[in-house]
Design a protein around this ligand. Structure first.
Ligand code: ATP
Length: 306
């Protein structure tokens, strides 16, 4: 009896492990609100990654064929550089990051990484080369340590803590009742949007991918949190090929190139200074955001003087 129960236990354990793995992936897709729509080509090969240079070449894409979303988008993110995509809501910014991660395939044109079309390589190898800090970070009903370790399952406790330091979240974690072993998610501690994003940054630091996609949260964060996050992201994106999907213009000033997307087409491109000089869409977005920030500031002053 004893002899039999051991292997059964082992199978039970294995089963739970596999189930856990599956739920994680399902949760991930659920929370990112995307279905796994693409599969590997029969002759797909692993990506040979060098420094992760990205090329979008005349990309056309639609979720629904009747409604084109990207209409001939071409740009390059040279190895180690940062390119930011900005533009009005619904312009197709996040779609660009989903296509690079290959949640969907382009209708025409191509996307390549280090010269390899993403449709010709395995999804696993592509995704392991990319670190994604999404708008809504997925946290599992497990400990903080587990949630950070997700970036690299074999990471040691020291490595987890070092990553949390870089992501500027270690101090908040140490203040928790059970520190790194505190449960988070539905059955545990609720983290704020900014804290969740920092957990995602810590995860990405551990994963240390050559390519980084930062899909900035639309939800407003307070200025200190935003500055902390920006500082953490600046460290992480150094010497990494980085694509920033930006909703706030304050975070793109330092980008090597800014792409201004409007209704699925590139309306303007250049550095922050060049775009302000052009006095076009970017300049007017910039002025509007500055006015909004100033208005908020005024409102705060008025409230405080009450
Ligand atoms: P925002 O700044 O508001 O996040 P965005 O520029 O990132 O906007 P996208 O998320 O890329 O915009 O969406 C572009 C368009 O595609 C939107 O009109 C959106 O409604 C549509 N869209 C996005 N995801 C899907 C989907 N899964 N199925 C169908 N349409 C979608």
């Amino acid at each position: 009896l004893l002899q039999l129960s051991v292997p059964l236990n082992f199978i039970g354990m294995l089963y739970r492990e596999i189930r856990q793995g599956l739920t994680d992936i399902e949760q991930m897709f659920d929370l990112l609100a995307v279905k796994p729509e693409v599969s590997d080509a029969p002759n797909a090969v692993p990506l040979t990654i060098d420094k992760g240079a990205i090329v979008f070449d005349n990309v056309h894409f639609a979720y629904d064929p009747a409604r084109p979303i990207l209409k001939g988008v071409s740009f390059t993110v040279p190895a180690g550089k940062t390119v930011a995509v900005v533009g009005p809501s619904g312009a197709g910014k996040s779609t660009i990051s989903r296509l690079l991660y290959r949640f969907y395939d382009v209708q025409s044109g191509s996307i390549s990484v280090d010269g390899q079309d993403v449709r010709t390589i395995t999804q696993t190898s592509l995704r392991s080369a990319i670190g994604m800090v999404p708008q809504d970070t997925v946290l599992f009903n497990d400990t903080i340590a587990y949630n950070i370790r997700y970036g690299r399952p074999d990471a040691s406790q020291e490595q987890i803590e070092a990553a949390a330091d870089i992501a500027q979240i270690s101090r908040s974690i140490k203040d928790l009742p059970h520190g790194y072993e505190t449960m988070v998610g539905e059955r545990g501690l609720k983290l704020s949007g900014g804290e969740k994003q920092r957990v995602a940054i810590a995860r990405t630091v551990l994963k240390a991918p050559p390519i980084l996609i930062l899909d900035e949260a639309t939800s407003a964060l307070d200025t200190t949190t935003e500055q902390d996050i920006q500082a953490a992201l600046d460290v992480v994106s150094q010497n990494r090929t980085t694509l920033v999907i930006a909703h706030r213009l304050s975070t793109v000033i330092g980008a090597d190139e800014i792409i201004v997307l409007k209704a699925g087409e590139i309306a303007e491109r250049g550095t922050h200074t060049q775009l302000l000089e052009q006095n076009g869409l970017y300049a007017s977005m910039w002025n509007r955001q500055r006015e909004a920030i100033q208005a908020e500031e005024q409102l705060r002053l008025v409230r405080e003087s009450d």
